[in-house]
Design a protein around this ligand. Structure first.
Ligand code: NAP
Length: 323
């Protein structure tokens, strides 16, 4: 038996319960992974609240690192003893150990600790696909990026700097602004006291930006559209403040704008491509261009408290759970 988080109903953080579960032996194509660190992601909140429906009861989490303890028949992607991480697959990462499809496991290079890797799998791979695939950035561009001091945000700040991209990042507090700038964000806008559109126009000499990466959603949608130059791109990659609804006529009126709502699953397959993405991310980390450590660490048993902190916007950077 191992300890794992399960929820029997959707709702607030209190629905997350620590229980004993049977793990069992891996079947064909599967591996059993003993977790050392589990990553907290905002998408976990969407599943917990039911915004993204799951059959119940269910486990939670899709992002963890650990060591392969056992493999089932036919597994060639990983071996017993490998250090691995993952960001895809069935929900259930909030657990001490679990059985997983082996094809989603990513071997971790020496030189990157488990603790750091747990901040990279979902969040670093998100920065990779947003900046290198969804709207491929060019050095010299100036971009607007919302929640720049968040888990994905601090990696995005560093990735932008490494590409020679000038990032304008929004944050809610001065402490977050300082942290984002320390990670390479060139300009910060503190949303509690500054006007996003006015500041972006000021920084870009009235031109606006070619792309906005907006994970905040409902609260920032209109500002994001107003910060774009004609034919600019809105990458609507999250809805931390609530879902967005866009009137297509508005896109014409505001400058023949493009909008995409990307999901990782469509940018990460096949496996060889996922491993290429991870290699690019790990190269940045091993070269010191991206440094990523958790800013908050909670015990697995305190997953509910970790959710409360994330939803209250009290986290900086990445958060991990330790089983
Ligand atoms: N599409 C994809 O494939 C994909 C993949 C990974 C993540 N995402 C999305 O990317 C975003 C970042 O994920 P993350 O795990 O790194 O989270 P995070 O950025 O660490 O946390 C969310 C941040 O959003 C900001 N925020 C603004 N309004 C908010 C509100 N009403 N409630 C809560 N937060 C609010 C807060 O920063 P401030 O206080 O500074 O405003 C908060 O810290 C999420 O929206 C997530 O769903 C999408």
């Amino acid at each position: 038996m191992v300890k794992a988080i399960r929820f029997h109903e959707t709702g607030g953080p209190e629905v997350l319960k620590l229980v004993d579960v049977e793990v069992g032996e891996p079947g064909a194509g599967q591996a059993r992974v003993r977790h050392s660190h589990i990553a907290l992601n905002f998408i976990d909140v969407y599943f917990r609240t039911g915004r993204y429906p799951l059959p119940l009861p269910n486990g939670l989490g899709s992002d963890a690192v650990g060591v392969v303890e056992a493999v089932g028949p036919g597994v060639t992607d990983v071996r017993v003893g490998d250090r691995v991480g993952y960001l895809m697959g069935p929900q259930g990462a909030y657990s001490q150990a679990r059985v997983m499809p082996a094809e989603v496991l990513i071997p971790l290079p020496g030189g990157i600790s488990d603790r750091s890797a747990a901040t990279l799998m979902m969040k670093g791979m998100t920065a990779q696909y947003l900046f290198r695939q969804v709207y491929p950035l060019q050095g010299g561009e100036t971009i607007l990026y919302h929640a720049a001091a968040g888990g994905v945000g601090l990696i995005a700040c560093q990735w932008a700097r490494a590409m020679g991209v000038t990032m304008i990042g929004t944050v809610s507090t001065d402490e977050k602004a300082e942290l984002a700038r320390a990670h390479g964000c060139a300009h910060t806008i503190v949303t509690s006291r500054e006007n996003i559109v006015a500041r972006v126009k000021e920084i870009t000499d009235g031109q606006g930006v070619p792309v906005v990466y907006d994970s905040v959603g409902k609260d920032t949608l209109m500002d994001s559209l107003d910060c774009l130059r004609p034919r600019g791109h809105l990458v609507s990659n999250g809805t931390s403040s609530g879902p967005v609804v866009i009137d297509s006529q508005l896109l014409a009126v505001k400058g023949s704008l493009w909008v995409t709502r990307p999901a990782m699953v469509h940018y990460i397959q096949p496996r060889a491509h996922m491993l290429d993405m991870a290699r690019e991310l790990f190269d940045h980390v091993l070269a010191g261009r991206i440094v990523s450590e958790p800013q908050q660490v909670f015990a697995l048993a305190d997953a509910a408290e970790a959710h409360r902190t994330l939803e209250a916007r009290r986290t900086l950077g990445a958060t991990v759970l330790v089983p």
